[in-house]
Design a protein around this ligand. Structure first.
Ligand SMILES: Cc1cc2nc3c(=O)[nH]c(=O)nc-3n(C[C@H](O)[C@H](O)[C@H](O)COP(=O)(O)O)c2cc1C
Length: 139
């Protein structure tokens, strides 16, 4: 059961409503717990950035479910990697919305002050999410 990490980004679609975040997290935590998947979801109204970690088959199954969700679109895998250790082992799905603190991180990990994950390397996105981990309130 090789451990792996997948980081992708996507846009909310016209079908997405702000109150969907709560439903997405409830379903995520239920399904991810059942498959020993952990991770972090960041959302800034324009983009989702999500890290999934777990066995590669579980990640694959969860990612396929996510791809079929019409509340977002234009998914792009930014990183897929076999890893030796999880970064978010305690969170079936941690969640972080944009705040003044998260905005300060954009310039550090990208070539712009604006957050456009489609223009960022997988490694920058990974490091950004590690920094974001400190800003997540208790799940
Ligand atoms: C941005 C985004 C992230 C999501 N993340 C997850 C996730 O980590 N795990 C998960 O099971 N579902 C996730 N979902 C929800 C799935 O797309 C799908 O609605 C859900 O898995 C369906 O659950 P069910 O088959 O138990 O009804 C996400 C959806 C969106 C739009």
């Amino acid at each position: 059961m090789y451990l792996a990490r997948l980081i992708y980004t996507s846009h909310p679609s016209d079908n997405f409503k702000p109150e969907d975040v709560e439903n997405i997290l409830t379903a995520s935590r239920r399904n991810n717990l059942a498959k020993s998947v952990s991770g972090l979801l960041y959302f800034n109204q324009n983009y989702f950035l999500q890290c999934l970690e777990g066995s590669r088959s579980s990640i694959n199954q969860i990612y396929h479910k996510i791809l079929n969700d019409d509340r977002h679109g234009t998914p792009l895998i930014l990183e897929y990697k076999e890893i030796v250790e999880r970064d978010f082992p305690r969170w079936e799905m941690g969640y972080l919305p944009e705040t003044a603190d998260t905005r300060l991180l954009y310039r550090r990990f990208s070539g712009a002050d604006e957050f456009i994950p489609y223009h960022m390397s997988g490694e920058s996105c990974h490091r950004l999410m590690i920094e974001m981990r400190k800003l997540v309130k208790a799940v």
